[in-house]
Write a protein that binds this ligand. Sequence first.
Ligand code: ACM
Length: 264
Amino acid sequence: MRVGFIQNDPVFGSVRHNLDAALEILSGMQADLVVLPELFATGYQFTGPEEARDLGEPIPGGPTTEALIEAARANRQFLVAGLPEIDEGIVYNSAVIVGPEGYVGKYRKAHLFDTEKEVFQPGNLPLKVFDLGGVRVGVMICFDWRFPETARVLALQGAEIIAHPANLVLAHCPQAMITRCLENRVFAITADRVGKEERVPGHALRFMGQSQVVDPDGNVLYRASIERPENHVIEIDPEQSRNKYLNPRNQLFEDRREDLYRID
Ligand code: ACM
């Protein structure tokens, strides 16, 4: 299976421009699954909920989702991409999952970071694993990495790959994702962005790139640069994540001591 990511540098609010740039790249990517960053076509730093509502789109049915569906059909790819979702006037920091047959599903970011709490509502959908052409893919968004339960719940549901759209501003995430993969013996594809936004004066954000693909043994198969937009495709065998044995005596999930994990 060929998996990849796009690491972009979107211009805030120029959705059509950012989307077209991504579509152009996708058409040249020979990949079965491509992950795009969190909020990949809008940019990240909304000044408030009104702005997010203006740029929010229904999932499915919005123009970004429709364009991604068209690309997925044309390129025979599955895509996971972050965008602001509006549903009954409420805006979520969401990811859409589409494929050659059209819309597959969505995920709403559960753990909002910092000022996102003033812009979005926290996700209210269960953590879910999607069957993408016979491969089980769980989705989480950026700061969800800081809560190990997120990846664990996806892995316990059978995720072989975790698709992780991100806009990273905290330095530890690329390394922490290695641990998430080791804890669960899963692959993870983190798609980040680069560049800087300072739409709120005095609150500059620098995004740290380093999009990456990590395997179930914690090997970083590829890590992108800190400052350049780029895209990358790599061959993986998802089957590798189905074996949860570390050695003949330790099976990661069977060895869990749920009896000791309870808090009374
Ligand atoms: C983040 O969750 N985008 C930092």
